[in-house]
Design a protein around this ligand. Sequence first.
Ligand SMILES: *Cc1c(COP(=O)(O)O)cnc(C)c1O
Length: 496
Amino acid sequence: MKYINTRNKSQSVSAGRAIISGIGENSGLFVPNEIPKISFDEIKMLAEQDYPYRAAYIMQKYLDEFKFDELLEFSKAAYGKFSGDAAPLIKIDENLYILELWHGPTLAFKDVALTMLPYLLVKSKEKNKDKTHTLILVATSGDTGKAALEGFKDIENTSIIVFYPTDGVSSMQKLQMMTQDGKNVGVFGVKGNFDDCQTAVKNVFADVKLNKEFKAQNIALSSANSINWGRLLPQIIYYISAYVDLVEQDQINLGDKINFSVPTGNFGDILAGWYAYKMGLPINKLICASNSNNVLTEFFTKGEYNAKRELIRTMSPSMNILVSSNLERLLFENSNRDDKLTAQRFSDLKEKSYFRIYEEELIKLKEIFFGVFCPEDDTIEEMEYFFEEYGYPLDPHTSVAAYCHKKYKKQTEDKKPTVILATANPYKFPQDVVYALTGDDVKDSFRACKKLHAHTAMEVPASIADLKEKPKRFEEVVKKEEIADAVKKFMQKINK
Ligand SMILES: *Cc1c(COP(=O)(O)O)cnc(C)c1O
């Protein structure tokens, strides 16, 4: 199967090539030329299989140059790094379920894709006889950075540099990155917000001169952000897997439609849900849940994308994003693959922080997406409510999704079974969760963990407890104009 560029359809590459380069010419994104289908018979068949098998089976549909056995080996290795099942579905109430996606090594759903991506990348290079040194650049709003570092540390012929907004992530997220081990890793704080980091990294990709210099040194850039197709693909699986589990556990009948409520930032997670829908998974609505940075809520209501506003720092930092990159893939498909129009829109977004879509496009999008947002006060209240009502502690991101589903239900009176995607373990944000559950304002992260444990009896993950003793290796903070320089200097060090 070929992958085509959203800004220039005539660029068409193999899956392996799309994964190796991460991003297309002219900053376009790669999408599969055809979206494969999944039948009800296959859903029935998958009910008897474990998560790694489901993953290999579904990925194979998109990666025909890989053998099923190769993919199964990768998914067994990747999901073997999780504690227990990779994506367990928990029944919370009648027609209400939580899909726990945070059982991976770094305790956020990013692990589901970033434990897999290194295997896909290394194998893709092998298949393409590509002997370059891959330099992975990551902009992170908090969770991608750590998950990518863990995934790519000490992978041969690969280096990785992560940029995070120095005042824009939780203290636990920051500590996780600063203490990262591995010989091929670099981590920098950036004075600015996530959008600044993402733009600066995209500019490095587009920097012709720098790329030439790197090419002369046999270095090629790639991305572990969800602009890389290899990041999105593994996320399609858990939507299908959740549905399979609901059927298998007799919660729904095969063919019944369900909703997913997805806490959204860069639009990667929810776009994977849209691919599952296009494959034929019976989905009624994808609830696009935003925090106070509600650009997407406005977009799905009015068809206007307006990023001309201040980014608000919230307690769900991984969703503090104004420019949601993966929307580009959706708008490309939704415009019947009009690459020129897509290129125009995203160049407008870059230049003027604004574009709008046609009415008929919006109508089509509303058939499946429902945009809604959750203010800060409600994020706190929902955490408290959920714990009191169900005895289940939510992290702030998942709380946004839970609240948004409630709002959706009220507005639409739709009572269909709904799966809330739980994207992070509450211990990544212990202060905010403790505040929501007890009203106590605890400054120190580790004391907050203790409190949270005393209050909920939920186990403190070892990877969090261990952070306290780990030495900080990376404390450098750079300006956004210095990111390209930091990349160059880092590579000089690695090359020595
Ligand atoms: C990244 C992240 C999100 C948002 O996911 P996108 O794919 O960027 O939309 C939500 N919650 C958590 C905890 C995250 O780490």
